[in-house]
Design a binder for this molecule. Sequence first.
Ligand code: HEC
Length: 255
Amino acid sequence: MRALRSLLFAALFALVAAAPALAQDADTPPLPNEQWSFSGLFGGLDEAAAQRGFWVYLNVCSNCHSMHQMHYRDLAGIGLSPAQIKAIAASVTVPQGVNSQGEPATGPATPASQFRSPFPNEEAARAALNGALPPDLSLIVNARQGGPDYVYGILTGFVKPPAGFKVPAGKYYNAYFPGHLIAMPPPLHDGLVTYADGTKATVPQMAHDVVTFLQWTANPEMVQRKQMGVRVVLFLLLLTGLTYALKRKVWADVH
Ligand code: HEC
């Protein structure tokens, strides 16, 4: 009886331990393991990559995806100068109140403007994209399991479907998207943008850069947080040493 029970427990345990492996279907490779500037305890932000990533967002992703949490002035956080930010904002046309006839007007954005949204509302987005809704990208890195590796996987995961896998019209096969059928057409192809710093715009490069940018928009205070964490640990170590020395001194005469 006892032996049976422990056998049952062992079987149950094995099942629970194997569950994550079972949940992953055979067509889903493990997430790519990119080297990120921001991983690890001392990780920082590669500002050049984040700036290139913003360029990719502006020229490619922003045709379909909004970023409601972002204003152009926030770009100072990835090292862009006030003059650069002003020029970027001025190049974007946004809704701007009404004209003298009382009709909706548009005009150039300013550093204080929210990032331009590609669609005025959800219905317009769905109507333009076969019924699919492109999610707002401001916090997407935090909102998906796997974080930056997952988003990088989505952008580089448009591969040939396995033999016999039916891909309906308006859907695309993606190795990392749950269920593999995504409504986003492959957004990147080699040479799609021209980088000001001369970096070659390959698909993996653009994916890496735009994910670095999205990591920052989702965690703008990450670098300060890590630096503060390291300082706190150093301070506590110092304090421990001092307290120990004090304890030795106070009790030195007691034998
Ligand atoms: C032509 C429009 C279009 C463009 C351009 C586009 N996307 Fe998408 N994207 C979509 C749509 C539609 C979805 C929703 C897909 C679905 O739910 O099946 C989506 C979904 C996503 C998702 C979410 C996947 C998930 O797990 O839900 C991410 C991340 C994403 N896009 C990132 C990007 C990035 C980064 C770019 C720029 C390099 C980009 N997209 C460019 C239309 C677009």
